[in-house]
Design a protein around this ligand. Structure first.
Ligand code: ATP
Ligand code: MG
Length: 585
């Protein structure tokens, strides 16, 4: 039991100027955190208590899913990262540790970085410690601080520079084993989010810079989320924007027969899809081929889409380039023969086809069959361009951005879109890291194999805020029971009366014995202030003791989620409170 007057719950009437979203405002107003600098926060007692509860529930569920808890350093010698597969990409976001000796000509002095995640630490450890199939599988996790120099920290704990993450790393002897570990973690995540009272949906995700074969993100639906989720609740299909596909192109679609010979026509000044749609050409965008040029690992490549479609750039990741970016006009001209505006990929019109790393076409261009495209000649286009006959396609793939209303790939029902907050992520990593660090084991035939890895993360501090974003009203936070900083608030309106405080102590003890954490508001404040603060900090169950009520022989019980107040005779209060706590647990 804590007495508010001796504890520290600095509530505020006003929200800070930099808080744009409800959960960020409430975090500060309810006295959970205070800002030190951009993306850097102190957890005050209430905030810390929620973090500790989230951490404990997470620990229990990850352990149930096979995890073994460890604790790794947060300062990493830069060379462990240099030896890994993503130093170039990851260093952008890493804080470097400046220390005596760094950059002072003492070249032996190692450089250090602050850990943004720990594949680079755990994989070499496992390589050294585990060598036999008998010791696999293993899944190590920690719940600890991460450091990322986010360019734009925002929304309080949502995107911070220092934050708390549960990160786990599984090591298996086989691909099937790795898939089993992956599913065990997925189940552990689901149990965790269920227990903390948060709706988080698992959506198929892009594997991005991590590579690997498959991944899911756990999303809390919220307007202010950074990510788009494409879904259909009936079929259960859910994917993030980067990964989402649709059933737009029917399976088994036959190639269209050529509509006639390819024909060049003059299009002076026409350099956009829209201009070709307009009179006098009047070629609808869904009959045009859009030709884009990118550079992947130093070599240009072409992407063809329908004129009406947008490229989903992340999907180019499937092509296997480590780094890719749009090509400049200067890079395009010597290869295709013209500047953007009249580009095309019709065989024979590309000036230097051998300079290309490939021509990659979105499946949906097959819906065009015969269409119009640039002639690789300034001011000219080609019509009657047949996909199968005329286009020099290296490989078809899914590169377009899905639009709401398109058929869901599972059921054909219309897809919907909504915003979500990514609170967790699971990856099947494969052997990318084990290969790089030589994490191998010997099987029962003394044969050596690479371990198959998975990696997993839950943003514990981001989840704390996502809980608030999902569970608040106009008056304040509405904590789910399991993560509330206190579950019961005993509100004493006349703390100067000894009989009121005696009863408060007695009932607090009853609630504690039943399994609740109890805060007693014994401050010498007006009832209005106390009730406002009670709503603001969002404790699930409030028990009010006042001098007037005591004269009548009653106390009041109120749930944060309900409007009505229940008057309970003092003689029954302990039993009622105990029963309410037991039922809520
Ligand atoms: P995001 O796309 O939001 O930057 P991420 O893909 O970089 O996330 P991971 O590296 O997969 O995230 O980290 C695992 C989890 O850690 C995320 O799902 C998220 O909940 C949390 N997380 C990541 N970056 C931050 C941050 N800057 N502040 C708070 N939590 C974060
Ligand atoms: Mg990130």
């Amino acid at each position: 039991m804590k007495l508010w007057s001796q504890y520290f719950v600095p509530t505020l009437k006003e929200s800070p100027a930099d808080a744009e979203i409800a959960s960020h405002k409430l975090l500060v107003r309810a006295g959970l955190v205070r800002k030190l600098g951009g993306g850097l926060y102190t957890y005050l007692p209430l905030g810390l208590r929620v973090m500790q509860k989230l951490t404990q529930i997470c620990r229990e569920e990850i352990e149930r899913g096979g995890g073994i808890e460890v604790w790794m350093p947060h300062v990493h010698p830069a060379e462990v990262w240099e030896a890994g597969p993503r130093w170039a990409a990851a260093r952008e976001i890493m804080f470097r540790v400046d220390h005596a000796g760094a950059g002072k000509g003492r070249s032996k002095e190692p450089e250090y970085v602050l850990g943004p995640t720990h594949e680079e630490v755990i994989t070499p450890l496992v390589k050294t410690e585990i060598t036999s199939y008998r010791d696999l599988p293993k899944n190590f996790f920690q719940i600890a601080t991460k450091f990322r120099n986010e360019i734009r920290p925002r929304f309080g704990l949502m995107r911070a520079r220092e934050f708390v993450m549960m990160d786990a790393y599984s090591f298996d002897a086989s691909d099937e084993g790795a898939i089993k570990s992956y599913h065990a973690m997925k189940a552990a995540y689901e149990a965790f989010f269920r227990r903390i009272g948060v709706t988080a949906i698992a959506v198929e995700a892009d594997t991005g810079v991590m590579g690997g074969s498959f991944s899911h993100e756990f999303m809390v639906p919220a307007e202010i989320g950074d990510d788009d989720v494409i879904y259909n609740e009936e079929s259960g299909y859910a994917a993030n924007r980067e990964k989402a596909t649709s059933g737009l192109v029917p399976a088994g679609l036959a190639d269209a027969a050529p509509a006639g010979a390819t024909e060049e026509f003059a299009t002076p000044g026409v350099v956009t899809i829209a201009a070709l749609e307009a009179a006098p050409y009047a070629v609808p965008a869904d009959r045009q081929f859009k030709t884009l040029v990118y550079v992947g690992d130093g070599k240009p490549f072409v992407v063809i889409l329908r004129g009406c479609d947008e490229l989903e750039e992340a999907k180019l990741g499937a092509l296997g380039f480590t780094l890719f970016r749009p090509a400049t006009a200067e890079e395009i001209e010597p290869v295709l023969g013209t500047k953007p505006g009249s580009l095309g990929a019709v065989k024979g019109t590309i000036r230097n086809p051998s300079a290309l790393a490939g021509v990659f076409a979105d499946h949906a261009i097959r819906l065009i069959g015969n269409g119009t495209t640039g002639a690789n000649k300034d001011g000219f286009h080609l019509r009657n361009v047949n996909v199968a006959r005329d286009l020099a396609v290296t490989k078809f793939g899914d590169f377009r951005r899905v639009r709401p209303g398109e058929p869901d790939p599972k059921s054909g029902q219309p897809l919907k879109v909504r915003r979500g907050i990514e609170v967790g992520h699971i990856f099947k990593l494969g052997t990318k890291y084990s290969e790089k660090y030589g994490a191998a084991y010997t099987d029962d035939q003394k044969q050596s194999h690479l371990m198959v890895m998975g990696c997993y993360g839950i943003g514990i501090s981001r989840t704390l805020q996502a809980v608030i974003e999902q569970s608040h009203d106009a008056d304040g936070i509405v904590w789910p029971w399991a993560v509330a900083p206190f579950q019961v608030l005993v509100c004493v309106l006349d703390p100067q009366l000894p009989e009121a405080m005696d009863l408060a102590r007695k009932l607090a003890a009853t609630a504690e014995a039943a399994g609740a954490d109890v805060l007693v508001d014994d401050r010498a404040e007006r009832p209005g202030v106390k009730f406002k603060d009670a709503d603001l900090i969002g404790i699930p169950l409030r028990l009010t003791i006042g001098g007037k009520g005591l004269k009548e022989g009653i106390v009041e019980l109120k749930w944060r989620t309900k409007k009505d107040v229940e008057k309970v005779p003092v003689a029954e209060a302990a039993a009622r409170l105990g029963a309410a706590v037991s039922a809520a647990k």
